[in-house]
Structure formats: structure tokens, C-alpha cells
Design a protein around this ligand. Structure first.
Ligand code: SF4
Length: 252
């Protein structure tokens, strides 16, 4: 893959602790085909750099990097990331699969985690995950209609890619954001537990409590924050549906 292929990144965050094992640097790539009602990174939706307007002035979210340029930034951090590594998040990182692959090809001795919705063409998905040490795969809603309503896309492609990942033998975990009354319902968590129980390798499920700051960046993006659920209700963090089916689950 060419070193000169470029991609757009909206943040590079150092010392992250929730994007994989150990201390990590997380790269947030722009572009996402989903529109989750609880998304707290709306600046990750568009592939294009965009101006965020705030009380302290404007800033641009989105910087273009060449693959070799980003890889060398990350490689320079390798000594500090010996117990952790680098993670790629978004947005949906697979929206820039070619760029991501070109970056991954150039990383030297870094543990790589990919956080993905799984909503990507199968060929892109497999080409990229094969270069990763661990995949954190989002499973938000099992019911297809609810998935369309709350994320804007069907979950068929996601479930198919999850099967591909499970069959590949690569290390992976499931991630479920707990959104009050949407994803944290007993029915949804039980459906996820049943699905995961049947997956090869029976991966761990990591539940992510609702982010109360979810709406924080909408005004800066020129968008209105109007969640169609009651975010004042605390999300449920009930592990019972998983424990009953002997699925390893924990709340992060
Ligand atoms: S997949 Fe992630 S980045 Fe994309 S809309 Fe959903 S929460 Fe936001």
C-alpha cells in the first residue's frame, strides 16, 4: 500500500485507558456511515475537515496525514507504549480502510487495537482486522428495526462481519454502549448475550456506561442535540443476562 495515501484524522489522544489494554495512543479517523442517536463524536461523521465553533474561538476538526507520516508519529511513541499500544477509533476507521491499512503496514512493534462498528465491506473489514492484535467490535442493538431506528443503518452487514471475525480466530471483544431505555434494556442485553454465547471463542463483552457529555459537541458542529430518549435516567449496568448464560461481561 502506498506510503503517500492520505487520510483524515480528527484527534490523536495520548494516554488513553479505555481503548484496549494498557496505556495507549488513540487515533480518531473521520467519517462514519452510522448516526447513532447517542453519538458523542459528531465531528467524526463527515470525512471532510470541519470548523468547530466554540466560546473560545474556532478550531478545525480534521487534519490530513500521509500514511507514512502518521505511522512515524506513532512509531516514535513506541518506547512509551510498551505495555499498551495504539488504537484506531472514529468515526468508523474502516471508512478509510485503504489509508488505515497503509498505516498499519508501517507500524513497528506496536500492539494494535481496532475499534469498529463492523459496518464496512467484507473485503475491507478482513484486510484490516488481519493486521490488528485485538478488535473491539460494537454490538449495539440486536433487533434489526431498533438498530435502523437508533443508528440509521441495518445490522445485517455488522452481524455478518462479526461472524467473519469470530471465524478468523483473531482476538476480539464485544462492546456495547449502555444507552438508557435504548440499548440497556433487558431484552437487548439478553439478545446480545445469546448471540455472543454462540460465537466461536465466546468473546468478552464490555459494557460502556452512558456518556452524560454526549451532547457536548453538537452546537460546535452546528447541530442540535435532541436525543429521543431520556438521558436523565441512569443507564442500567446489569450483568445478570450475561452471567446466566456464562458469558464473560464487565462494565468499563
Ligand atoms: S458509530 Fe460511533 S462515531 Fe459513528 S455515529 Fe455511532 S457513536 Fe458516532
Amino acid at each position: 500500500m502506498s506510503a503517500s495515501v492520505t487520510g483524515v484524522v480528527f484527534d490523536i489522544r495520548e494516554l488513553t485507558i479505555h481503548d484496549g489494554p494498557g496505556l495507549r495512543t488513540t487515533v480518531f479517523l473521520k467519517g462514519c456511515p452510522l448516526r447513532c442517536a447517542w453519538c458523542h463524536n459528531p465531528e467524526g461523521w463527515s470525512y471532510e475537515p470541519q470548523v468547530l465553533r466554540g466560546p473560545n474561538g474556532d478550531r478545525v476538526a480534521g487534519h490530513s496525514y500521509r500514511a507514512d507520516e502518521l505511522a512515524s508519529i506513532l512509531n516514535r511513541q513506541a518506547p512509551l507504549l510498551a505495555d499498551g499500544g495504539v488504537s484506531f477509533s472514529g468515526g468508523e476507521p474502516l471508512r478509510q480502510a485503504m489509508f488505515l491499512e497503509a498505516v498499519l503496514e508501517r507500524l513497528e512493534g506496536l500492539h494494535v487495537v481496532l475499534g469498529t462498528t463492523g459496518f464496512a465491506p467484507a473485503e475491507d473489514f478482513l484486510r484490516v482486522v488481519r493486521r490488528c492484535d485485538l478488535v473491539l467490535f460494537d454490538l449495539k442493538l440486536m433487533d434489526p428495526e431498533a438498530h435502523r431506528r437508533w443508528t440509521g443503518v441495518d445490522n445485517r452487514l455488522i452481524l455478518d462481519n462479526l461472524e467473519r471475525l469470530a471465524d478468523s480466530g483473531l482476538a476480539y471483544r464485544i462492546r456495547t454502549p449502555l444507552v438508557p431505555g435504548v440499548t440497556d434494556t433487558d431484552a437487548n442485553l439478553r439478545a446480545i448475550a445469546r448471540h455472543v454465547r454462540e460465537l466461536p471463542g465466546r468473546p468478552r463483552v464490555e459494557l460502556l456506561p452512558y456518556n452524560q457529555a454526549a451532547g457536548g459537541k453538537y452546537a460546535a458542529c452546528g447541530l442540535e442535540w435532541r436525543p429521543d430518549y431520556d438521558e436523565t435516567v441512569p443507564c442500567r449496568t446489569d450483568l445478570t443476562p450475561f452471567q446466566e448464560l456464562q458469558v464473560d461481561a464487565r462494565v468499563l
